[in-house]
Design a protein around this ligand. Structure first.
Ligand SMILES: [Ca+2]
Length: 499
């Protein structure tokens, strides 16, 4: 059966209807959808500005399936070009592999145990109302702060932190589809990208950049791209970059040997009518279609990154703008026989991170330094010459930008909790992961800190984490050392980094 025959095509009429609805929103003033400046338009030279601008590109559920990270098939020319013009972080990790906690850690510089944000329910405003967020810091220093698309998990979170924050069109789009009675799909095609919410969100940014170049106001602009988060809906042209035969197979499809049964879970992917009936085993055809759809969505996100980078250059802003590209966590596409994120497995916690800082990073540089999402806030503060709050829990990466090969953190930290219903009588547990250059170790502990189970993967011998070796005698001393790092936590690891 041909793969294309399986794809639930989005009817162009439905998209046109949504487009009309969006146009109606524009008329009533709730959401304006600007068009990008014409390519032929000559922007005036930007006004001199001694403060560096920041363009922060956040991509939802993006694992390092990118050419610049060595993926064999991914077509991501724009992100690859950005990576080649700055520094690629080969060992970057999130604090927790799900949207809200990961983004809260980015924007507050605080870890999930400190913010208390470990699920999707609580916004930063409620959990840590006194936190000086990343945009609060820049706004108070006289920057204009602009937010388009998905930044926080809760769209209206940290409303005071923005000079201009547009409604996230993904929400508008999904609401409109529900109103029209359209069935959700996990995977599908669009005739083109013009009416997709990510394109509209990015167009807000493309509309704003020429104005900022003209005014000379220093800016911090965050642009959040939803794809490749589910549903994997992207333009036909991005699907057509691939054939199913060229989509790589999942890693370790049999699952991890010796891992606690609660280490990995699979939900979210089953929330769609076109996948639900298959639970718990995705049939091969559907799995192949989803993997193809993920890569198509990665290429669609890459197209939008290309639009942003072109606009930055066209408006003469690229010499004075720090660009950061960050994925909020990884994703499993049948890897370890599971789907989605929500774990401490390497494939869920490892992310792409690219930083291009004019006059700091060298084009084509790469680093193996272990870095964490919470390190980004202090890095940007230092690069912009701003005084970061003393309670931040990361470490400025500026020394790594200057010396990619220098000694750095011994470990990165991540976590994920499991409710008592999943843990075979052990009650609620949290898996605290320590990721070193060679190992990933997770200690599963109770609320009172009692260690119940552990996992140890030797990424040097077993890069796909197929076997938990924590009970293997050959790894006894490694397990003891890693458990000590876990118990000690992030503070001593940060303190040991010599400046
Ligand atoms: Ca996410």
């Amino acid at each position: 059966m041909s793969m294309s025959g399986l794809l639930p095509l989005l009817r162009s009429t439905s998209l046109a209807t949504v487009g009309l609805a969006l146009a109606a929103c524009t008329l009533t003033g709730t959401a304006a959808a600007p068009t990008p400046a014409a390519a032929t338009e000559q922007a005036p030279a930007p006004k001199a500005n001694s403060k560096p601008n920041v363009l922060f590109i956040m991509i939802d559920d993006l694992r390092p399936d990118l050419g610049i990270y060595g993926h064999p098939t991914a077509q991501t020319p724009n992100i690859d070009a950005l990576g080649k013009s700055g520094m690629v972080f080969e060992n970057a990790f999130v604090s927790q592999a799900v949207c809200a906690p990961s983004r809260a850690a980015l924007m507050t510089g605080l870890r999930p145990d400190t913010t208390g944000i470990q699920d999707l329910q609580t916004p930063v405003d409620k959990a840590v109302p006194d936190a000086v967020t990343l945009t609060d810091l820049f706004k108070r220093a006289g920057y204009g702060t602009y937010g388009y698309g998905k930044i926080y998990h809760h769209t209206d979170d940290n409303a005071d932190g923005w000079t201009d924050r547009k409604p996230d069109m993904e929400k508008v789009f999904q609401r409109q589809k529900r109103k029209e009675g359209q069935e959700k799909v996990a995977v599908g095609r669009a005739a083109n990208g013009d009416e997709l919410p990510d394109t509209i969100n990015v167009n807000y940014a493309l509309d704003q950049l020429p104005k900022l170049a003209k005014s000379g106001e220093p800016f911090f602009m965050a642009v959040g791209i939803h794809r490749p988060h589910l549903p994997f809906i992207s333009p036909n042209k991005d699907w057509d970059r691939y054939t199913p035969a060229r989509v790589p197979a999942p890693i370790n499809p049999e699952g991890q040997k010796g891992a606690p049964p609660w280490a990995l879970v699979a939900y979210e992917v089953w929330n769609y009518p076109d996948t639900k009936s298959f639970q718990p085993d995705m049939p091969k055809d559907k799995a192949d279609e989803l993997r193809w759809g993920y890569l198509a969505a990665v290429s669609y996100a890459d197209d939008l990154v290309g639009d942003l980078m072109t606009a930055l250059k066209r408006n003469g802003l690229d010499d004075n703008t720090i660009v950061v590209l960050w994925g909020d966590h990884g994703f499993k596409l049948g890897d370890h026989a599971k789907w989605s994120k929500h774990s401490t497995a390497n494939i869920d916690i490892q992310i792409p991170l690219i930083i291009r800082a004019p006059s700091e990073t060298r084009a084509g540089s790469r680093t193996k330094a272990l870095v964490e999402t919470v390190d980004i806030y202090p890095t940007l503060a230092e690069l912009a010459g701003l005084s970061a709050p003393a309670n931040l829990e990361g470490l400025s990466m500026v020394p790594v930008l200057e010396q990619p090969g220098r000694a750095w953190k011994q470990a990165a930290f991540a976590q994920y909790g499991r409710s008592g219903g999943l843990t075979e009588g052990n009650g609620a547990l949290t898996g605290y992961t320590v990721r070193t250059d060679r190992y990933r170790y997770t200690g599963w502990v109770t609320a009172t800190g009692k260690l119940v189970r552990a996992e140890l993967y030797d990424l040097q011998k077993d890069p796909t984490e197929s076997v938990n070796r924590v009970s293997d005698a050959a790894y006894k001393s490694a397990a003891v050392e890693l458990e000590a790092i876990r118990k000690g936590g992030w503070k001593p690891v940060r303190e040991r980094v010599a400046r």
